[in-house]
Design a protein around this ligand. Structure first.
Ligand code: NAP
Length: 245
């Protein structure tokens, strides 16, 4: 059965993606930055749901080169790697004029440069197998823009362009590269937002509610499946109808 690495799968959207893939029979590498115990619990749940193997790997992706090492560790631990979901991400929100150099650098390194390093390593492995699926978790704000998130939006928009380019490079090699752009999803990331901000966002969501991590996970599970073989270089918005195309 296929083997998948989901970065940032100790909690939130990454956890839901890992568990969805587990229930579909994938072996999994569960990755965390600091929440080791939570990651161990996700691995146990993944095995209960049907993952033949679930290993736990730690890496701080604010040093982007660590992402390549993480991919090769996952490949070694699982005995192959057909699926990479670049999900780990952070925010350092503030208005541009207050944004410190380190707020910019941390978000670009973790949310964009780490994905370059992970993807380059994964493509080498997938080319040898002549099959692979990469899904990059972007955001609707990477399409729409968002005040207070210039660093995050630059990374998420960059990820969409990166996805389109890499998809074109390896389209003949059995490898697809797509992005998923979640809207506002219930997670630790959005739990930090003040109630007034959430109320404002709700006005922009036709569905009238935040999304659930499991709803993002279903979209990812489709894109990494055989059913999505002819879907490549796309950005699939999972946002309750928020983003016009
Ligand atoms: P979350 O609940 O904050 O979880 C973040 C995950 O990333 C955790 O597993 C965390 O590991 C890991 N992580 C954080 N810093 C890291 C670092 N320096 N190195 C490696 N891993 C690190 O986030 P989420 O809401 O599930 O978001 C997941 C992805 O979806 C992100 O890329 C985010 O930008 C994107 N997204 C989220 C929303 C939303 O509404 N929530 C909307 C659009 C896009 P630890 O547990 O060890 O800290």
């Amino acid at each position: 059965m296929r083997k998948a690495l989901v970065t940032g799968s100790s909690r939130g959207i990454g956890k839901a993606i890992a568990l969805e893939l587990a229930s579909r029979g994938y072996s999994l590498a569960i990755h965390y930055a600091s929440s080791r115990e939570a990651a161990e619990a996700v691995a146990a749940e993944a095995r209960e749901k049907g993952a033949p193997q679930a290993v736990v790997l730690g890496a701080d992706l604010s040093s982007p080169q660590a992402a390549a090492q993480l991919v090769s560790e996952a490949n070694a631990a699982l005995g192959g790697l057909e699926v990479l979901v670049n999900n780990a991400g952070i925010t350092r929100d503030t208005l541009l004029i207050r944004m410190k150099d380190e707020d910019w650098d941390a978000v670009i390194q973790t949310n964009l440069s780490a994905i370059f390093h992970a993807t380059r390593e994964a493509v080498k492995i997938m080319m040898r197998a002549k099959w692979g699926r990469i899904v990059n978790i972007s955001s609707v704000v990477g399409i729409l823009g968002n005040p207070g998130q210039a660093n995050y939006v630059a990374a998420k928009a960059g990820l969409i362009g990166f996805t389109k380019s890499v998809a074109k490079e390896y389209a003949t090699r059995g490898i697809t590269v797509n992005a998923v752009a979640p809207g506002f999803i219930e997670s630790d990331m959005t739990a930090k937002l003040p109630e007034s901000v959430v109320a404002e966002y709700l006005k922009q969501i036709p569905a009238g509610r935040l999304g659930k991590p499991e709803e993002v996970a279903k979209a990812v599970a489709f894109l990494v499946s055989d059913d999505a073989a002819y879907v490549n270089g796309q950005t699939l918005c999972v946002d309750g109808g928020m983003t016009p195309h």
